[in-house]
Design a protein around this ligand. Structure first.
Ligand SMILES: Cc1cc2nc3c(=O)[nH]c(=O)nc-3n(C[C@H](O)[C@H](O)[C@H](O)COP(=O)(O)O)c2cc1C
Length: 349
């Protein structure tokens, strides 16, 4: 099995991935994210990725009320770094494929071949309703069909001089998009449904998965690997992990407990409703939520040994090819992770 890949999920939204008044609050600024990117490269991480988000969750922390635009940020970070892979997010429902194709050709040129396109289909209605861009008539499966046609159009524009493409969702008429990228940008995709995983298997080089538990994560990862094989392809699978690292397990647990105390229940409620959960169900759930719900993703707390063991366990048990890491306080947490944890993970491979 090849070496695992590790990267960092850039905090392009204020508050990062902690819904809490008592957790550190990464700022949605270029300066904050630039330092994270430079540190990520310095410690030897493989990739940096930014999401694309258009509306926040309010609450006392105004969680993700401020966000940077993914493509613009990653383009600047391509200049600020030289080795790390640069993965930016594109919404297939927002950007016309001809615009997206050229943006990534440009990013591939700027970054010297390090660009990756994280394709998402735009699943959160409120973000697009506010722009008049939400098509309520499209089912989940149809959104993936649209995204598939979008991806076919983009990838053809990267290699063909004139593209004529007439589909249910897009029309290209001898459409030109030159220069072509010197090497094809990587395609990344985040999903968990059957349609999402099929899309990943068919088109993506890297697949981000989320699951209810480690066993399900393993099933999802295997299904992407197996389906990709049927298509004669290989796809690397990743999941997300928030790391609360300190000198000892006790110190890390105390830190996590402090972060959990200030859970922002209003932002949590708004986040759940943004996923399409009915307001009364989301309200009852958020009101009763435990402080640990302040962590938006699975997390580990511990001293170095515990964190190393946990990371090895989840990547091995769930048959993942890598992890995208999140830190409550990127500026304080990333370098110690790079000094102690990452070398041990690499050495054990
Ligand atoms: C790591 C990761 C990053 C994601 N980034 C974005 C994003 O930037 N913008 C977005 O609208 N959705 C994003 N999503 C949501 C996915 O596009 C998708 O809607 C979600 O994973 C559900 O998958 P499904 O459609 O297969 O059910 C992300 C999901 C994951 C796991």
């Amino acid at each position: 099995m090849s070496a695992k890949e590790y990267g960092v999920f850039l905090p392009i939204g204020n508050g990062g991935w902690m819904l809490s008044e008592t957790a550190p609050h990464p700022e949605a600024t270029y300066a904050y994210n630039r330092r994270v990117a430079v540190d990520a490269e310095a410690i030897g991480l493989d990739f940096i990725m930014s999401m694309a988000k258009w509306k926040g969750f309010g609450g006392t922390t105004d969680h993700w009320g401020q966000t940077l635009e993914s493509m613009t940020l990653m383009s600047a970070l391509a200049e600020a770094t030289s080795k790390v892979k640069i993965w930016a997010t594109m919404h297939a429902n927002v950007h016309h494929p001809a615009i997206a194709a050229k943006m990534f050709t440009t990013l591939q040129d700027i970054s010297g071949g390090r660009a990756g396109m994280n394709i998402v289909n735009g699943a959160y209605a409120a973000e697009f309703e506010q722009m008049g861009l939400w098509d309520a008539g499209l089912s989940h499966a149809e959104r993936y069909r649209m995204t598939e046609e979008w991806t076919q159009a983009v990838t053809r524009l990267w290699t063909e001089d004139k593209v004529t493409f007439k589909s249910d969702f897009f029309t290209l008429d001898e459409c030109e998009s030159r220069p072509h990228p010197a090497t094809t940008p990587s395609i990344i995709s985040a999903g968990r449904s059957e349609s999402g995983r099929r899309f990943q298997a068919k088109y993506a080089d890297g697949a981000f998965l989320s699951a209810d538990n480690l066993e399900q994560m393993g099933e999802f990862s295997r299904s992407v690997h197996d389906m990709a094989e049927e298509f004669g392809r290989t796809v690397k699978t990743y999941s997300m992990l928030t790391v609360v690292l300190d000198e000892s397990d006790e110190a890390a647990a105390a830190k996590a407990a402090r972060y959990s105390e200030g859970l922002d229940k209003e932002a949590l409620f708004n986040m759940r409703t943004s996923w399409g959960i009915p307001a009364d169900t989301a309200r009852a759930w958020a009101d009763g939520a435990k402080g640990t719900e302040a962590f938006q993703t699975p997390y580990v707390t511990g001293g170095p040994e515990t964190v190393i063991e946990h990371i090895q366990q989840i990547t091995n048990e769930a048959e993942l090819d890598g992890l995208m890491l999140i830190f409550p306080d990127y500026h304080a947490d990333l370098l110690p992770f790079g000094e102690i944890v990452l070398p041990a993970l690499r050495a054990a491979e």
